[in-house]
Design a protein around this ligand. Structure first.
Ligand SMILES: Cc1ncc(COP(=O)(O)O)c(C=O)c1O
Length: 394
């Protein structure tokens, strides 16, 4: 290896090790579920995005196995060559139907979907208005396009409106927001964003990765949560969270949006097609999600119970009703120390620190699932209670 590059990388890693510390991926074994085996220890899992508990669902796994047997592992070709199978179209139709869009197009991940959308839809005479806490993939996707970028304060509608008014010279103005913000668990003010979009003749794009399958009576996402009928021009989401947790992302919208992406979105064109088994699993997960309001009811009840229990213990829990529960433990290594204490008590939840959240906004992100039992929720509350007395954090 090139000596100069090697030396520089070593130095940078050493600096990182002594400042923020190096991240080491936790290696778990077995199927993702409300209990996870880590280093031979069984931990109750509050760290996954498996909101409906479908990652280990026997029906989902069975459909993937059937597709694996009938259609093989993968297609060794892009969608635009000979990689497209019926099952890709079936999944795209199921997604469009779930979210109430005319059409949908699949990507390898939602990260790819977000990377590939802006450049395909917008040009240099356009402007994007992006919430300051939008997901990294939206930020990177905007950077890859030639559109002008305006970042408005998180959920700051007045700031957004000022910027929209000042950006009247743009050919198109596109407002972009997460539907649910992954670090804070708050839900975007979609009715107001739709109103501003209409007022300023702007388009609206929503990344509903933490809402698809989770929010709304049928799991259609943030718009359904608010009872909105329309108003979102471009919707992106993932198959890697509530909808089975396999992998894959999508963009849903009008035929014109979706067809434009099929024609010119680089992460759609220049990559291998989704493995058929993943598509089959996602179709089954969507079917289960739609027919099972009881899973969302259970998820909501679990979330409300744990949010209240942690608040009653004195923890600073960011308000909301999404199953992402941010428990604020600001400053130094407090969040990490509490996460370690929880782990000793058999509970897995991650501490988040800079650069994932701003310095001084450290927290533990607790993620609830419909699969959690009452006993598992009580165990988590008891572990937080012990941590609060040992560390005087609450
Ligand atoms: C809001 C948001 N968008 C996009 C992504 C990326 O999704 P995927 O895992 O499908 O790439 C994530 C996942 O972390 C997310 O939280």
């Amino acid at each position: 290896m090139n000596a100069a590059l090697l030396a520089r990388l070593q130095t940078d890693l050493d600096v990182r090790r002594t400042t923020s510390g190096l991240r080491h991926d936790l290696v778990a074994s077995g199927i993702q579920g409300s209990v996870l085996r880590v280093d031979g220890e069984m931990l109750v899992n509050f760290a996954a995005n498996d909101y409906l508990g479908l990652a280990g669902d026997p029906e989902v796994l069975e459909s993937a196995q059937r597709a694996l047997r009938d259609l093989g592992l993968g297609v060794s070709a892009g969608r635009v060559l000979c990689g497209t199978r019926d099952i890709h179209g079936q999944l795209e139709a199921a997604i469009a139907d779930l979210v109430g869009a005319e059409d949908a197009v699949l990507y390898g991940s939602c990260f790819d979907a977000n990377l590939g959308t802006f450049d395909a839809l917008l040009g240099r005479s356009d402007a994007v208005f992006s919430d300051a806490l939008n997901h990294a993939s939206l930020i990177d996707g905007i950077r890859l396009s030639s559109a002008r970028r305006q970042v408005f304060g998180h959920a700051d509608l007045a700031d957004l409106e000022r910027r929209l008014a000042a950006g009247a010279d743009a050919r198109h103005r596109l407002i972009v927001t997460d539907g649910v913000f992954s670090m804070d668990g708050d839900i975007a003010a979609l009715p107001q964003l739709v109103g501003l979009a209409r007022q300023y003749d702007a388009a609206l794009m929503v990344d509903d990765s933490h809402a698809t399958g989770v929010l709304g009576a049928t799991g259609a996402g943030t718009a359904e949560y608010y009872g909105l009928d329309g108003g979102i021009d471009v919707l992106t989401g993932t198959l890697g969270k509530a909808l089975g947790g396999g992998a894959g992302g999508f963009v849903a919208g009008s035929h014109a949006v979706v067809e434009t992406l099929r024609q010119s979105s680089r992460p759609y064109i220049f990559t291998n097609a989704m493995a058929p088994a993943l598509a089959a699993a996602a179709i089954t997960a969507i079917r289960i999600a739609r027919r099972s309001p009881n899973l969302r009811e259970r998820l909501a009840a679990n979330t409300a119970w744990l949010r209240k229990a942690l608040s009653d213990l004195g923890y600073d829990v960011l308000p909301g009703d999404h199953p992402i529960i941010p428990v604020m433990l600001r400053g130094g290594s407090l969040a990490r120390d509490v996460a370690a204490a929880l782990r000793r008590d058999g509970v897995l939840a991650f501490a988040l620190s800079h650069p994932v959240v701003p310095a001084g906004e450290e927290r533990i992100r607790v993620q609830v699932s419909a699969a959690h039992t009452t006993a598992q929720l009580e165990l988590a509350a008891a572990a937080f209670a012990r941590a609060s007395t040992v560390m005087a954090v609450a």
